[in-house]
Design a protein around this ligand. Structure first.
Ligand SMILES: Cc1ncc(COP(=O)(O)O)c(C=O)c1O
Length: 415
């Protein structure tokens, strides 16, 4: 039985709630938004939380509400989601990069200490793939220069360092609720804030967004239903896997399906339109069961990683402080022969994902000035370890990696 790279689920009760909300007339506005924001703020232990149309829209509103001066210096990790530095640049800030470190793949605090100065207005620290970056060290550096700290928590709902949840270390944290994320409300996001004043400003900006309509709802439901179908193990085995095998054997655009099962599309605008009461209802429902799902995902990822560690570099948290927790939205290894490994795994029924994050410095500055970010873009490979997988499926992934590595090392080196 082939294993899809990720399992995207249609949020529980998505269709039913759409119909009942439609009948009740509380699809767009209602009390669920306030409850979702309140419960979220209390879970992360922050002053305020505000729902936003998407993670990237959250960043845009944040820059306006945090009062970062136009032209001010903003530091991002060189390895990350390109949309974030795009937004920084498009808003007229002076964008600067710092390289990542290879253990967590997050911003390297030692390099940040060299780059951050009293002219730095803000630092964006990303917790990639569910593994927290070295946020305590990064937070200390920001504090010593009075730079604002924004945490990109798009992947990291529920993760913590010591007794603090990610999203509570900085002035703000940006969460995404896109379909592949830990909480999936078919789009949207949440910004957590250490100041309720900033929260009020951000809430006003988010409220100026136009209201979504039925076309939006139909598109979101059909897109998510499609994604849930292609990543459903049964349907995956009934056709998607065979298509991927065919696509990977051709000489065409081999990166087409690298990240998702559809061609990659990174848009700056992202999903806009006011966050809906309907989505907040889906989010609230998931908050109740998420700890369980996160625990199962973490157990699977740790089982996989413990079998691979020492054979291939793996991404893992560095904090040993009690209470630290990674949710492993994606289990990640670094493969020096990435494409060969991905192909050898697919042959064994293990689908994998790559090219999700990028060396952003290369995209902006035209050349790879940061060796770790360049290596991460070349080598990061995500293996399936989602919550629904059984122990024997996880073990199958681990043994397939072993076999694939042996197969690749037995191949004659290219001339
Ligand atoms: C690390 C990271 N930051 C920000 C975002 C943007 O979130 P959204 O797609 O909700 O705009 C994403 C989306 O995948 C992401 O992966």
């Amino acid at each position: 039985m082939a294993i899809p790279r990720q399992r995207i689920r249609l949020p529980q009760g998505a269709w039913r709630s759409a119909i009942t909300s439609l009948i009740r007339g509380d699809l767009w506005e209602g009390s669920h938004i306030e409850r979702f924001e309140r419960d979220f703020a209390s879970y992360i232990s922050v002053e305020d939380a505000v729902t936003v149309p998407s993670g990237r829209a959250g960043f845009r509103f944040l820059f306006d509400s945090l009062g970062i001066e136009p032209g001010g210096e903003v530091i991002c990790s060189a390895f990350g989601y390109p949309v974030v530095p795009f937004i920084v640049k498009s808003m007229g800030y002076d964008l600067k990069f710092v390289d990542c470190e290879m253990a967590t793949l997050g911003m390297d605090p030692k390099l940040l200490a060299q780059e951050c100065s009293d002219t730095t207005q803000a630092v964006i620290a990303t917790h990639l793939y569910g593994v927290p970056c070295q946020i305590v060290e990064i937070s200390d550096i920001c504090a010593s220069h009075q730079a604002k700290l924004i945490e990109d928590c798009a992947h990291c709902y529920g993760a913590s360092v010591g007794s603090n949840k990610v999203g509570a270390f900085g002035d703000a944290g940006c969460f995404s609720f896109e379909t592949s994320k830990v909480i999936n409300t078919m789009g949207g996001g949440m910004v957590t804030l250490s100041s309720s004043e900033v929260g009020q400003r951000l809430r006003q900006l988010a409220a100026q967004e136009p209201r979504n309509g039925f076309k939006w709802l139909a598109r979101r439901l059909s897109k998510t239903t499609f994604e849930a179908a292609v990543t459903n193990p049964f349907l995956f085995n009934m056709g998607v896997y065979q298509v991927l095998r065919l696509a990977s054997s051709g000489s065409g655009d081999e990166d087409r399906f690298a990240s998702g099962y559809q061609g990659d599309e990174v848009s700056l605008a992202g999903k806009m339109g006011r966050y809906t009461n309907y989505q907040a209802r889906l989010g609230l429902r998931q908050m109740k069961t998420i700890e369980n799902r996160n625990q199962r995902r973490t157990a699977n990822a740790e089982r996989l990683i413990s079998q691979l560690d020492g054979k291939i570099p793996v991404q893992k948290p560095v904090s040993t402080e009690e209470g630290s927790y990674a949710n492993y939205m994606l289990a990640t290894v670094l493969a020096s022969s990435l494409k060969k490994l991905a192909a050898a795994l697919l042959k064994r029924g293990v689908d994998s994902k790559h090219l999700y994050m990028r060396d952003c410095s290369r995209m902006f500055e035209g050349e790879a000035a940061f060796p770790n970010a360049a290596r991460a873009e070349r080598e990061v490979l995500h293996l399936p370890a989602y919550p629904e997988m059984s122990d024997s499926q996880v073990d199958h992934v681990a043994s397939s990696v072993d076999e694939a590595i042996a197969e690749i090392s037995a191949q004659p080196a290219a001339a």
